[in-house]
Design a protein around this ligand. Structure first.
Ligand SMILES: Nc1ncnc2c1ncn2[C@@H]1O[C@H](COP(=O)(O)OP(=O)(O)OP(=O)(O)O)[C@@H](O)[C@H]1O
Ligand SMILES: [Mg+2]
Length: 247
């Protein structure tokens, strides 16, 4: 089942189906006739220059921005981890994680999700006492606990140090494989996109300007020649010269 962002329910064979999506801001169409289909269970990464509209697209898919033209079909069960963690400062971390879940979610449920991102030891902390990376992981746990059919991630690893980042990437990959949800991951990191995704999209001028299937077996080897080739191709699409990006 999929639901459009206006709440109508339709049967869907895709996890995401976007047709002719347009979102103007002050007369400028940041998203301009965008089409995109994501298969159920598919892991898609979205690249694009700063300001090209990636977060805008995610907000629309999350149902937080309805000021649009075009058709957007998404699963009813979806969750989003925003670019900046949005934790309620007056609620302890574990309560933030289960905030808005139906029923009476327990601390145990929250701790399980926090454990998935290596943060169970901070379950009783106040959000203001978390580091930037910890807050980002709490926000990720908050998305994972919803057991979504569509997981929307907006640069969820941006504030993490290199080692924590690798661990968090592996955790997202594990959760994705275990739950079989579709993922749309916004990232600035071409390598991260190629490590995780089935397909990498490049957004430009308000549309998906380029897409690259990643047919490499997992876990992927960043040193493999096929990987290097895909990375160079994507960097070129992004207007970056590969030799500049990797000294
Ligand atoms: N509420 C808003 N009102 C006016 N303009 C907006 C609004 N939200 C976004 N924009 C504009 O839309 C464009 C796309 O913004 P968006 O946040 O989607 O970019 P992005 O691709 O996520 O960039 P980044 O990689 O820096 O996060 C920007 O030029 C931004 O200024
Ligand atoms: Mg953004």
């Amino acid at each position: 089942m999929a639901t459009d962002v206006h709440g109508e329910v339709t049967a869907g064979r895709a996890a995401v189906e976007i047709t002719g999506l347009t979102r103007p801001f002050d007369g400028r169409a940041v998203i301009d006739g965008l089409d995109l289909t994501v298969r159920p269970g598919e892991f898609v990464a979205l690249l694009g220059r700063s300001g090209c509209g990636k977060s805008t697209l995610l907000r629309i898919l999350a149902g937080l921005d309805r000021d649009i033209d075009g058709a957007v079909l998404v699963p009813r069960r979806r969750a989003v981890a925003f670019q900046a963690p949005r934790l309620m400062p007056w609620k302890r971390v574990w309560r933030n994680v289960v905030l808005g879940l139906p029923g009476r979610p327990t601390r145990e449920t929250a701790v399980r999700a926090l454990a998935e991102v290596g943060l169970e030891h901070r379950a009783d902390a106040w959000p203001r006492t978390l580091s930037g990376g910890e807050a980002q992981r709490a926000s990720l746990a908050r998305a994972l606990v919803r057991e979504p059919d569509l997981l929307l991630l907006d640069e969820p690893f941006g504030a993490l140090d290199a080692l924590t980042r690798i661990r968090a990437q592996q955790q997202v990959a594990e959760v994705w494989q275990r739950r079989g949800c579709a993922v749309l991951l916004v990232t600035h990191d071409v390598e991260e996109a190629l490590l995780l995704a089935d397909r990498v999209l490049v957004m430009q001028d308000g549309v998906i300007a380029h897409e690259q299937q990643v047919g490499l077996p997992r876990p992927r080897d960043v040193g493999a020649p096929e990987f290097t080739l895909l990375r160079a191709g994507l960097l070129t699409e992004l207007g970056v010269v590969a030799s500049q990006a990797r000294p």
